[in-house]
Design a protein around this ligand. Sequence first.
Ligand code: PEP
Ligand code: MN
Length: 340
Amino acid sequence: MSMMVVMQEGATDEQVARVIARVEEVGASAHISSGDTVTLIGVIGDREDLTSLPIEAMEGVDRVVAILKPYKLVSREFRPRDTVIDVRGAKIGGGHFAIIAGPCSIESAEQVLEAARTVKAAGAHMMRGGAFKPRTSPYAFQGLGEEGLEMMAAAREETGLPIVTEVLDPRDMDVVCAYADVLQVGARNMQNFLLLAEVGKADKPVLIKRGPSATIEELLMAAEYVVKEGNRRVILCERGIRTFETATRNTFDVSAVPVIKLASHLPVVVDPSHSAGLRDLVLPLSLAGVAAGADGVIVETHPNPEHALCDGPQSLPTSVFGEYADRVLELARWTGKTVT
Ligand code: PEP
Ligand code: MN
């Protein structure tokens, strides 16, 4: 069971501490959010233990509200203020907008370096690239593994761009954590609960991609698995879902953006590349996502998409990336986002 303790305006630190001590006495956990005027204490614990506590009668408490949603820690009721995540100085969420861009998969040191230089010059905030790739076919290129991560680290060294890369398997956690700045959980792994718990124990932000057949609630429950382990730095990603439509690789669910932002305090990014599967749709879908309130985009770009080992048809050539980023950042600013 979870509930929100709303303190009175002007409640003292001591009164807050007493409420926390009381709920912790019965084995429940307390999570504080200090607002401008009132302090909120989110509480998670056993229903019987909590209902027996006379919290509402304690000094400084205004009221106690039950949180009825199946997700608790990631819900807006629990934490009304947007979560802002700082990745090596690049901020996302709470009005901060970020572009994450790079190739689908790391293929060579030159390829990732050229992509990183291009996206950095265009104003992107982080670079993406897969070294452990979740491929539909076991015969397709599976990624360069640690060698690919080393190439990304070299590109980070030169450009300063933080690395967003996928961890496919809990057994790869150590090697991926040695290089990554943000751990990506891929769409196919969105309900790999062991992996979610593992990244929840890591000291790195996590980007969770929505499964192609997952509801928004299931995505939020996946995030709950991570936050429950103590890692509050979670970014959610809409990357298209499976529908009857065949004109696009997936169907971009633009409404997921405002739905998630209403339900949760976590930052939301859109992935127009995997949503569309076609490079001509990447700009319009990006703009749609930004207009709907996304806190960022994660997008694929490649120096030579015709020779890409993975997802060439949806990758923007690096030659047009600057123009693309200008349009996206212009709209982000227009919607009131801060772009650094
Ligand atoms: C990716 O972003 O590299 C990727 C594999 O995407 P998804 O998990 O959304 O299919
Ligand atoms: Mn891809």
